[in-house]
Design a protein around this ligand. Sequence first.
Ligand SMILES: N[C@@H](CCC(=O)N[C@@H](CS)C(=O)NCC(=O)O)C(=O)O
Length: 206
Amino acid sequence: MKLYTAARAPNPRRVAMFIAEKGIAGIEQVQIDLGAGQHRSAEYLARNPLGRVPALELDDGRVLCETRAICTWLEGYAPEPNLMGEGYDERAFIEMADRRVELHLFLGAANAIRHVHPGLAALEQPQFPDYGAAQAEKMRDIARWLDQALAAQPFVAGQRFTIADITAFCALEFARGLMKFRPGQEGMAHLQSWRDRIAERPSAAC
Ligand SMILES: N[C@@H](CCC(=O)N[C@@H](CS)C(=O)NCC(=O)O)C(=O)O
């Protein structure tokens, strides 16, 4: 198997963290240089016509894209430790938490950064800075909601570490670097202490 990935990019980081939590070895990593536009080369577009990373090339030659779909495949390939739920009831509640943080926290931060940060201009054209600023506020709204949720439970989906923690952590780390977003400095003490706890896991170093 080959994982097409990119250094410092938050979606590939989600997959890297998922693989590290599972302890899966032997997946070859192929670095795609987004700054150099390698994801738009004919060779890469033949693998993923949407020109995005990550992409997982399976041993039979098929290419699986979309971070959550890759994680679903890896969960079946290496079931332990379980990160996406045992049985339909737990799976659905973890999916709810994961989609909430992916669609609102992660994409809010991604849109804020892509539309405002000059370093992302090569990837996002045209940039709409007003839209980016509005997305940053919406991202903060969901961060405040998550802060309150984490006052009552230790992890994003409830009582145990799951894929939803990985998605939320990678969103916050992206926002930390490029939006200078520090939950603790904005009154979100529970979110900050959750972030600091997750940062201590070996997988967070990916
Ligand atoms: N929906 C995709 C999004 C993947 C994505 O947007 N990846 C970014 C890096 S984090 C990318 O490839 N960006 C290249 C570009 O915007 O041209 C997923 O979940 O994997």
